[in-house]
Design a protein around this ligand. Structure first.
Ligand code: CA
Length: 224
């Protein structure tokens, strides 16, 4: 099976493995019953605007998005980072796709887009002591082979009680497949994700929950 050069599996593979639930119908049921009827208009517009984008397989699923919105409200998050699509991205074009919708929703003043690799930006943030232990919430959806490096830096930036969310932690279900069944091009990221999941499980500084929503979303709460 082929995948895009960025390491994300292509559409053909997604057709087979879309979602992690026992059937496509079950996912459709959740989306149609609980997600789409409650989806804020700007999020629907961003979903529509990116429906035909060549990297659309990298989009966060709307059910995972709904869970994140709930968490953000629960902790009343004010100072946040997103590493992957909006906020910090190596690809300005991905940000610009959503920008007119963000502007229309009147929230552009809340977003400080930084076009740079995530690790560099986190190092820059760490140079200012005021940023230590100050972030309420971080969503990480960038290069999977660096998740563990993001984690160590983010544990310094996120405050105690703050949340760090990691996307794609079930890597299209391949984490539980025998190696011989994993498509060759997925193996690199899959091996990194498996190691990363183990590292989070062993990390006593955080409380975790790995939620089988979207492609697997691990929610970490910093304890100390
Ligand atoms: Ca993702």
């Amino acid at each position: 099976m082929e995948e895009a050069t960025n390491g994300e599996p292509n559409e053909e593979f997604l057709k087979i493995k879309k979602g992690l639930l026992q059937s496509d119908e079950l996912l459709q049921y959740i989306l149609e019953t609980s997600v789409y009827p409650r989806e804020p208009q700007p999020l629907k517009e961003i979903r529509d605007a990116s429906a035909h984008h060549q990297k659309k397989m990298m989009l966060t699923t709307p059910d995972a998005g709904q869970l994140m919105v709930l968490l953000l409200k629960l902790i009343n998050a004010k100072k946040t980072i997103e590493i992957g699509i909006i906020a910090i991205d190596i690809d300005r074009e991905a940000f610009e796709l959503g920008f007119p919708i963000i502007e229309k929703a009147g929230v552009q003043h809340k977003i400080d887009f930084i076009e740079a690799p995530g690790l560099e930006v986190l190092d820059r943030l760490l140079e200012d002591p005021n940023n230590e232990d100050s972030f309420d919430y971080v969503f990480v959806d960038a290069d999977k082979d660096n998740y563990i490096n993001y984690h160590e830096k983010l544990m310094k930036l996120v405050k105690i009680g703050g949340l760090i969310l990691y996307d794609n932690t079930l890597w299209f279900g391949t984490v539980a497949l025998p190696n011989c069944l994993v498509p060759e091009k997925m193996k690199y990221n899959r091996d990194h994700i498996i190691k990363f999941n183990k590292a989070l499980s062993d990390d006593s500084r955080i409380q975790i929950s790995q939620v089988p929503v979207g492609d697997g979303l691990t929610i970490c709460r910093r304890l100390y």
